[in-house]
Design a protein around this ligand. Structure first.
Ligand SMILES: [Zn+2]
Length: 188
């Protein structure tokens, strides 16, 4: 080999070495870029997960407050029920709604009828025509009222009417009216 050939070989080797170095550098840069991208991707995942965690914990805390509130309400209602029971209150049996015709015969018993009231008994009394006005009246009465005329009475026995408490003026008026009626009847 002459010196020219040696130089040629030397240059070729150097070019090859440079090429290898460039390739190594390129690969290194590619690797770094890949790692950087990977790190950036993981950072995005990290931040997203942190955000989700905060949000989920916030919702869970809010939901827990609601659960606590309803648990307290249930506890208070239970205390009321317990105190009523302790005080001797006995709740009525729950009303069972009939669900079918068959159960309705069993459950929906007719309300027991109230006891029938005894029929009123009327004492039949004998009536006689009033000796003054011929209106039917119980026998042996001293005076009687006249239908639809609350202030006017018919006096049969003035003395007994007075004794029974009828005002004298009322008896007097009745007797006068009766005397006029007798006169009118006689004059007809
Ligand atoms: Zn009469």
């Amino acid at each position: 080999m002459n010196s020219y050939q040696e130089k040629q070989i030397q240059e070729t080797i150097e070019r090859s070495l440079e090429g290898i170095k460039r390739e190594a550098k390129r690969r290194e840069e590619t690797q770094r870029e890949r790692e950087a991208e990977n790190a950036a991707s993981q950072l995005r995942q990290w931040n997203l997960a942190q955000k989700n965690l905060r949000e989920a914990r916030g919702y869970a805390a809010d939901a827990q407050k609601v659960v606590d509130k309803w648990n307290r309400a249930a506890q208070q209602a239970s205390l009321v029920l317990d105190s009523l029971t302790a005080g001797g209150f006995v709740p009525p049996a729950p009303v069972v709604k009939p669900t079918s015709a068959i159960t309705s015969q069993v459950v929906a018993q007719p309300k027991p009828a109230e006891p029938a009231l005894e029929s009123e008994t009327y004492v039949s009394r004998a009536y006689e025509p009033c000796p003054v006005c011929t209106h039917p009246v119980p026998p042996s009465i001293a005076w009687h009222k006249i239908e639809d005329m609350p202030d006017i009475i018919c006096v049969i026995d003035a003395k007994r009417a007075l004794m029974s408490g009828v005002p004298a003026i009322k008896i007097q008026n009745a007797l006068q009216r009766q005397a006029v009626a007798v006169q009118n009847k006689e004059s007809q």
